[in-house]
Ligand binder design. Structure first.
Ligand code: GLU
Length: 552
């Protein structure tokens, strides 16, 4: 059998050997325990939150061990490729503070000594390794057309046999090199398949660093390793690239777990040491009573753009994803309220191995805490940056009245219980609109929220007089003492017990009068500290609001 002649016939342009490449890409010189991980997207354009999840796990593992994090572009399915997708991936990840040490740095640029990092440019490398296998009789040309493959499958289905190209179903497996050469000479097209050495009686045990020990029968499938266009399949590219790039930990979605038998076999056949596999859970969500995969079609939150549009700060999304990655993150956060999330040690063995449940309500909650801890100036900056793209009117107001904007985000910020009223930027407008006359005076009357205990008439009676005496020139306590005095003079009490005992003796409590003032100044029943709001608005503006309130 002349496999060498067959290999030369199939891949005449390949003149290098596998050894050449194994020697060219030197072993990395890293400290003990350093992890080399990679994010390996196909450039199909759509950025899924699951991608950020996977990239974050990989990036954390590399960074926290002083390892290397690579961006490799898996563009071997050229029909699905979208222009600009590489740049978009890099920019999206960068926004999430996920940066690569090595690999693609732009649509056509890259950095690092283990490239090219775009699979479509590595054709010669894959073909060299494939040629090495053909020479050893471990791979062969398959001349079956897609119709032949469909016919095989139909027959297998009809007799309930495992589908695929293997054993006796693998028609081209036993074509002699001489016959194969003749067919190639006569112009027949072919793909290259692995000649699987698997046996149905043997099993493999693999330790997955997320899933634990997994055991499966050896693969029998003669998988395609090089397609008719000369590019590799995912399986083959994974084995070759992750070996040459020195990836230590394969962090990838668990949807690849069923392919593991094929991958393990390819590593063996190629004589490569097996990397550490870490199959990370798929993002799920609750749909009624049951869980299902987060779907690109049904769930807007599956798209990364959703978070930007809604105005979730990126750091909120990251903190939330860390919550899903390791359930001990929440306790860690409680113990380390001020630490950057990058101090949290992500650990593979604390990762759920049964699906990551994505819950937007929880994200919102995490985000409220994240924003609560941000300094007011940061809130101002992030909000205006968001508003510039998504709420131009707010952007114009906040930049026109910048001092007011910065001050209003500072209300109730300091102290043990900072305000926690925003989870995302698109809910800020409703909570701050009253700081801007342009929005406040345009509010329809129906939106006015009155105090629960007193009606509009009584509110107006109070405000008519209060506008003449209110004084915000002193400290908050001075202002409140004045309000109390005013309230008592108008039949309200500051004495809760007395009010509880004989409510009929009073019109209400001081808090009801404060609520009337709040309604007049903000039209809302629930706001941060009223005195501070009035201070920011200034005496004249507050007075004008009192007057306009009387006309409502
Ligand atoms: N290109 C593959 C994907 O997008 C990468 C899987 C992996 O990380 O190995 O699913």
């Amino acid at each position: 059998m002349d496999y060498k002649a067959l290999a030369d016939k199939m891949l005449p342009q390949i003149t290098k050997t596998s050894e050449y490449y194994l020697d060219k890409y030197k072993k990395r010189n890293l400290k003990e325990g350093a992890k080399v991980t990679r994010f390996a997207p196909s450039p199909t354009g759509f950025q899924h939150i699951g991608g950020v999840f996977a990239a974050l796990v990989s990036e954390r593992l590399a960074k926290q061990s002083d390892g290397v994090f690579i961006l490799r572009i898996e563009d071997t399915d050229q029909k699905r490729e979208v222009k600009g997708a590489i740049a978009d991936t890099i920019a999206t990840m960068h926004n999430f503070n996920i940066d690569f040490d090595e690999g693609m740095t732009g649509e056509y640029e890259e950095k690092g000594d283990y490239g090219p990092y775009k699979q479509s440019e590595r054709g010669e490398i894959y073909q060299t390794f494939a040629k090495g296998l053909i020479e050893k009789g471990l791979a062969y040309p398959c001349f079956c057309s897609s119709e032949d493959i469909d016919a095989i499958r139909a027959e297998q289905t009809a007799i309930k046999e495992t589908p695929g190209y293997y054993g006796k179903w693998a028609r081209c497996r036993d074509i002699s090199p001489e016959d194969a050469i003749k067919r190639i000479d006569s112009g027949e097209k072919f793909v290259i398949r692995l000649k699987s050495p698997g046996s149905p009686d043997r099993r493999k045990e693999i330790h997955d660093y997320v899933k634990g020990d997994v055991s499966f029968p050896e693969s029998l499938q003669d998988v395609v390793i090089i397609k008719s266009d000369g590019l590799p399949t995912y399986h083959f590219a994974h084995a070759v690239d992750d070996t040459l790039m020195g990836t230590t930990h394969i962090t990838r979605g668990e949807e690849w777990l069923p392919s593991l038998p094929t991958h393990v076999q390819l590593f063996e056949v190629l004589g490569f040491p097996l990397p550490k596999y870490c199959h990370i859970p798929t993002m799920m969500k609750m749909d009624g009573e049951s869980r299902r995969k987060l779907s690109k079609r049904k769930d807007p939150e599956s798209a990364v753009t959703y978070y930007r549009e809604e105005g979730y700060p990126n750091v909120s999304v990251l903190e939330y994803l860390l919550n899903i990655i390791n359930s001990n993150f929440e306790d860690w956060r409680a113990e380390n309220p001020e630490a950057p999330y990058t101090d949290f040690p992500v650990s593979l063995d604390k990762m759920s191995n049964s699906g990551a449940l994505f819950d937007i309500v929880k994200l919102h909650d995490v985000s409220k805490n994240v924003i609560a801890k941000m300094p007011a100036d940061k809130v101002y900056d992030l909000y205006t940056t968001w508003a510039k793209d998504y709420d131009k009117e707010m952007y114009d107001l906040l930049t026109k009245y910048e001092d007011r904007g910065r001050a209003l985000f500072n209300i109730d910020k300091e102290g043990p219980k900072p305000r926690k009223d925003f989870g995302k930027w698109n809910e800020v407008r409703e909570k701050i609109f009253y700081f801007f006359d342009e929005l406040f005076y345009d509010e329809p009357k129906e939106n006015l929220e009155l105090p629960s205990k007193i009606d509009l008439e009584e509110c107006k009676n109070l405000i008519r007089e209060y506008k003449e005496v209110f004084d915000i020139s002193g400290e908050q306590t001075d202002w409140f003492a004045g309000l109390k005095e005013f309230a008592v003079a108008h039949g309200y009490t500051a004495d809760r017990k007395a009010y509880k005992k004989n409510p009929e003796e009073f019109k209400g409590m001081v808090s009801d009068v404060a609520a009337a003032v709040r309604a007049a100044v903000t039209h809302r029943g629930n706001t941060p500290d009223l005195y501070t709001i009035m201070k920011i608005l200034g005496k004249e503006n507050v007075k004008e609001r009192f007057e306009k309130f009387l006309d409502l």
